[in-house]
Design a protein. Sequence first.
Length: 282
Amino acid sequence: MKKFSLGLFSFLASILSANAAGVQNPPAAVDTVLVNDLGTYKGEYPVGKGVLFSDTWGVIKGKFKDGLPHGRCVLHDYRPFRYVGQFSEGHITGYGQFFYDNGQVETGWYENGRASGVDAVYYRDGRVYIGLFENNKKVKGKGTEYEKMPDFLKGRKPQYHEPLLSVEELNFYNEAYEKLTADDRKPTFQGQNMNTFAKWVDARLKYPKEARKHRIEGRVTLGFTVDKAGEVKDIKVLRSVDPLLDAEAVRVVGMSPLWEPAVQYGRMVNFRVVIPVIFSLR
């Protein structure tokens, strides 16, 4: 197990006990409806409590300044997570916690939504990583990964308690989510489904002579990523039959023209694809 010299227990104290600081002595606030680049804000203005209805983010409840999240807020994001913590002028900046739908929890310090500082990651399989992050990436040699929850963290994993949304907030969230995901799609090849790509691959396979000579056949399973630009990348053999057949399958898939990339929550995303490539001498 790798250790690091950051004063583990001193920064753990900051992770486990940090409190989001609110706005002190705000000016007189009035109820206001304000439309800005993020969405429609309803609440106290210029400083105070409110709700932001955002077509891009979802519903944000908490403390605001000039109609922007500023202070401790809860973000009900359309994507598969919730965020509880600090905002600064509309950006996730400061101490906070991300709760993902798959059970993973991240807690620590963020700048513009990216882990920057000492953070803890509680993985769904029970592993825990604690260390230094810069621009959302682990700093090499500055962290420790535990195969299971260490004793000093037992009972301290952050828990998410869903705040109640008003009828207005819930209706907005559901309607906006439906609009946002209406165009969600898996990647497509030449406007068609995976069967079209499988036929495209099969038409370009050249049976290796040595494999044919020794009557080697079978199903090679490949995994690859269709990235945001529609390019096929990171091809890996998930199930091998023979090095000759594996190499030919990888060669042909690597020749693929551009795909139409996947869309999720209104944005183009990377998408992992698994495909069988069949070699048969019949």
